[in-house]
Design a protein around this ligand. Structure first.
Ligand code: ADP
Ligand code: MG
Length: 324
């Protein structure tokens, strides 16, 4: 039973960056506008995320790590209007099976913060009162401590940190109303964005001025397939060896290889051989047509009329580049 849970949890959380993505989305759901992340050993020793969101009520602590338990059920009932992220109460539960998990939280009404440790989905003892600010601190220690094979399969601490940094960078650009910070434990911030900034300012801070000064705003609406897209893309004067692509669909960071390939293709006409653009794109599709709550083991997102929508977006990009 326990082994089965652990294996299932290891499927959900394949590496530190996956866990972090879910934790960031929880903080966004909790309406935080400040999210600070601290990492030790590429997230394997420590992955901590502190937010200033609504916090968790003391009485909700005991069920936090029960599988499929979510405070967001109201939204999930109406599958056609999913507006929150996450995959239905699996993130914290999964993490508790494969790491040492401590949750500290304070709501506006609380006089002090509450803290508890969780093991295999179960809260250990009662919550204890500790000092703290409004918001939530999720502390994940010794990820995969009970999964040698998984731990050994990860490439290197540097590689895991790079993946974490990539996830934080992308969320920071997309969520211009939220300040993000990322640091290694005991170190200085490697990423720091202010709580209120423009997308371009965030791109400048994170990806550098060389990219930021070549950006043009891209907006495209398609009345036939009823979607909107908005973002910032480099123009024909900029190119890089590695295609940097930030894609959000309904505000969830996703991967879509077909769209990526098509966009890269549009640029090949304009850029030197084997060179690529920087593209940050946010797509808003009708929620009925897209499973934004796609299970984290499925990295690729799929949606209705995928081919036509990709064609439409790329057509828009082409127009934009021709005019630039
Ligand atoms: P889900 O996000 O699908 O509800 P999770 O396992 O990610 O499932 O989280 C379980 C519950 O814990 C959430 O529904 C929410 O009530 C609470 N929670 C988790 N993280 C936070 C946070 N940072 N701030 C406030 N509440 C949180
Ligand atoms: Mg969640």
């Amino acid at each position: 039973e326990e082994v089965v849970n652990r294996i299932a949890a290891g499927e959900v959380v394949q590496r530190p960056a996956n866990a972090l993505k879910e934790l960031i989305e929880n903080s966004i759901d909790a309406k935080a506008n400040n999210i600070q992340i601290t990492v030790k050993n590429g997230g394997l020793k420590l992955l901590q995320i502190q937010d200033n969101g609504t916090g968790i009520r003391k009485e909700d602590f005991p069920i936090l790590c029960e599988r499929f338990t979510t405070s967001k059920l109201k939204e999930f009932e109406d599958l056609s209007s999913i507006s929150t992220y996450g995959f239905r109460g699996e993130a914290l539960a999964s993490i508790s099976h494969i790491a040492h998990l401590t949750i500290t939280s304070k709501t506006k009404k609380d006089v002090c913060a509450h803290q508890a440790r969780f093991v295999d989905g179960v809260m250990q003892g009662a919550t204890k009162a500790v000092a703290g600010n409004q918001g939530t601190i999720i502390t994940v220690e010794d990820l995969f401590y009970n999964m040698n094979v998984r731990r050994n399969a990860l490439r290197s601490v540097a590689d895991e940190y790079a993946r974490i940094s990539d996830v934080v960078s992308k969320y920071a650009v997309h969520n211009a109303g939220i300040g993000f910070a990322l640091k290694k434990s005991g170190g200085n911030n490697d990423i720091r964005t202010p709580p209120k900034a423009s997308h371009i300012d965030n791109i400048r801070v994170i990806y550098g001025n060389t990219i930021a000064r070549e950006l043009t705003e891209f907006s495209w609406e398609d009345p036939t397939f009823k979607f909107k897209s908005h973002g910032f893309i480099t123009n024909v004067n900029y190119s890089t060896k590695k295609f940097v692509f930030l894609l959000f669909i309904n505000h969830r960071l996703v991967e879509c290889t077909n769209l990526k390939k098509c966009i890269d293709q549009v640029y090949t006409t304009y850029l030197p051989k084997n060179m690529h653009p920087f593209v940050y794109l946010s797509l808003e599709l009708d929620p009925i047509t897209v499973d934004v709550n796609v299970h984290p083991t499925k990295h690729e997102v799929h949606f209705l009329n995928e081919e036509q929508i990709i064609e439409s977006v790329c057509g828009g990009l082409e127009k934009k580049l021709l005019g630039s």
